[in-house]
Design a binder for this molecule. Structure first.
Ligand SMILES: [Zn+2]
Length: 299
């Protein structure tokens, strides 16, 4: 696995570390720079971020992203995958009339509200030609093709619920469904790293719920899952949440998928998602056969 870090650096500060030709200009004021953690300048980015933030109300970098690229052999031998829906649109369900019950939330950081109505959306805003997409509030949708493929191939763990347009609760979309994953409980364990950004692992614990349900803002490493907590399903959720409650945003659980589902998604060339390998603990369990995780009844 090779990890590349992408930073959106303020053009004004970029010459402090980068050559004029490095990266890609995004308009007048921002430059997108890709760098590996092994680059000697990597730590300097963190230092400059801290220095500039301490001196002014600005930052060296604003957005960031970590991309992990895998060798085909790493993907083929993986026992579990971390699945992320990336194709995103607005408005969210809540803005269109979908209701949420907050009585199930943890009082500390407000993780765990439950959807209490059908998903109501502006259906015209759903991206075309994507098999997986999400609203900005992490409501996950799939195309009819996905729902049909899951049924045809016996993929377990997903429920597909109808999506309704605003003000017309008798005309559900024929093309898209809400992806609901009822199987919850995979435990995120060490050495998973969660934090604010690649240089700030939330040492003050500002974004971590003391009750243990919310781990923090962002994943900074691959996710590692306790093998013993993996349910018998092809798609399931972590017990813990990541993110924060702000505006329309809510902390969300991470999605995990089996190698069987990953192979189906790849072979059908489905669109709108990213996957990473999810590591398992204890490591010794990895030596087991491919079916171990999802079919304990075989043993
Ligand atoms: Zn909490």
């Amino acid at each position: 696995m090779k990890a590349t870090y992408e930073f959106r650096v303020l053009e004004e500060f970029a010459p402090l570390l980068f050559e004029p030709s490095e990266g890609k200009r995004l308009g007048e004021t921002v430059r997108k720079v890709e760098i590996e953690a092994s680059d000697p300048r990597f730590d300097a980015i963190g230092k400059l971020q801290a220095e500039i933030q301490a001196k002014s109300d600005r930052s060296f970098f604003y957005g960031w992203n970590i991309r992990r690229r895998y060798a085909q052999s790493e993907l083929q031998s993986a026992k579990l995958f971390h699945f992320t829906v990336v194709s995103t649109f607005e408005p969210s369900g809540e803005e269109c009339g979908t209701t949420y019950d907050t009585s199930t939330e943890c009082p500390h950081y407000h993780a765990g509200a439950s959807q209490s109505s059908s998903l109501i959306l502006n259906i015209k805003k759903i991206p075309k030609h994507k098999d997986f997409c999400r609203t900005i509030a992490d409501e996950n949708l799939v195309s009819r093709k996905v729902a049909d493929l899951f049924a045809k191939h016996g993929i377990t763990g997903a429920i597909f619920r109808p999506i309704y347009p605003k003000r017309s609760l008798n005309a559900a979309s024929q093309d898209y469904f809400q992806l609901v994953v009822p199987e919850i409980g995979a435990e995120i364990v060490a050495p998973t790293i969660v934090g604010v950004d690649p240089f700030d692992s939330d040492s003050k614990g500002e974004f971590r719920c003391p009750y243990g349900d919310l781990l923090g803002l962002n994943l900074l490493s691959e996710v590692t899952i306790d093998f013993a907590t993996i349910p018998e399903a092809d798609i399931f959720l972590t017990r813990q949440f990541l993110g924060m409650r702000r505006g329309l945003l809510r902390p969300e659980r991470e999605i995990l998928i089996s190698p069987k589902l990953w192979r189906l998604i790849v072979s059908e060339k489905l669109k709108g998602y990213e996957v990473e390998v999810a590591q398992l603990e204890p490591l010794s369990m990895k030596a087991g056969d491919d079916k171990g995780a999802n079919q304990p009844s075989n043993s």
